[in-house]
Design a protein around this ligand. Structure first.
Ligand SMILES: [Zn+2]
Length: 279
């Protein structure tokens, strides 16, 4: 099974060059509000601004920086969402784009120190925001679990979320981690809370950054020991939930009764893996 595009996200974060002045040939990329500047079919390569640039890493021996909000874009460049970028960008450029988006979201939403209310300014290559009192604020990542739950007969649990009622998109369950909780406990709790199903046999699938604004999706497989245990939709976020066997899902897709999450997402990869009968 082809890994989900965003799960391939990995670029050289250039730890050796952190804290140093930009090298010759360094350039900037720009992200704002979940969108990335492209020119032609690649990331728009822009001049450094000097103030507020954040070091992202190294691509093909050039240092790459995320430029601060409000950087003017040259003619010929355009802002595209991550989904739109997926049609153009190779994995390393996508990885840079995700890092730039995450940093931009963090900096846009952390303008004042949560401890003293003082204004924050970037330090250490843009990866720390510091107030006049020296309180340091680091980028945060909010973990969420996403789980492909199967029953004892290998049927898959899919649900229709309220946000996707209109487009009839059905997907696997997901939810945010709570403070002090393990990933495994979050999987079990979300299954109980959302559809009242007990799951066991958890195994890790992989993770996908989703910096909108600051999430990391952590994928698990999980099983119910029963066959098609009754689903009781508890959550007001869900419209409906159902067990599917492979033929049922294929027929529903063919008939246009539902659609699956977009290709490239960890949710789609996990559903496709089950449809292909792969572990
Ligand atoms: Zn402070």
């Amino acid at each position: 099974m082809r890994p989900a595009l965003l799960m391939q996200a990995e670029h050289d974060r250039g730890a050796h060059a952190r804290g140093l002045a930009p090298a010759a040939g360094a350039y900037g990329v720009y992200a704002a509000n979940g969108e990335v500047a492209l020119r032609g079919n690649g990331l728009a390569r822009l001049p450094l601004q000097g103030v507020g640039d954040a070091f992202l890493g190294v691509l093909e021996e050039s240092e790459v920086y995320a430029l601060p909000q409000g950087t003017p874009l040259p003619a010929g460049s355009r802002l595209l969402s991550v989904r739109e970028c997926a049609a153009y960008l190779p994995p390393q450029e996508m990885s840079l784009a995700l890092a730039a988006i995450g940093l931009a979201n963090w900096r846009a939403s952390h303008r004042f120190c949560p401890r003293c209310g003082g204004a924050l300014a970037p330090q250490r290559d843009g990866w720390v925001l510091v107030c006049a009192d020296g309180h340091e604020n680091f980028p945060r990542t909010d973990a969420a679990v996403i789980m492909a739950v199967t029953d004892a007969a290998d049927n898959l649990l899919l649900a229709n979320n309220l946000r996707h009622r209109e487009n009839r998109m059905w997907s696997i369950l997901a939810g945010f981690l709570e403070p002090g909780e393990t990933l495994e406990a979050a999987v079990r709790r979300e299954c109980q809370e959302e559809v009242a199903v007990a799951v066991t046999n958890l195994s890790y699938v992989g993770s996908q950054p989703w910096p909108f604004p600051a999430s990391l999706m952590v994928g698990f497989r999980a099983r119910s020991t029963q066959v098609r245990p009754k689903l009781s939709v508890q959550s007001d976020e869900l419209v409906a939930a159902c067990w599917f066997d492979r033929a049922q899902l294929s027929e529903a897709l063919l008939a246009g009764e539902l659609q699956l999450p977009s290709e490239g997402s960890i949710a789609r990869m996990m559903i496709d893996t089950w449809r292909a009968g792969e572990e």
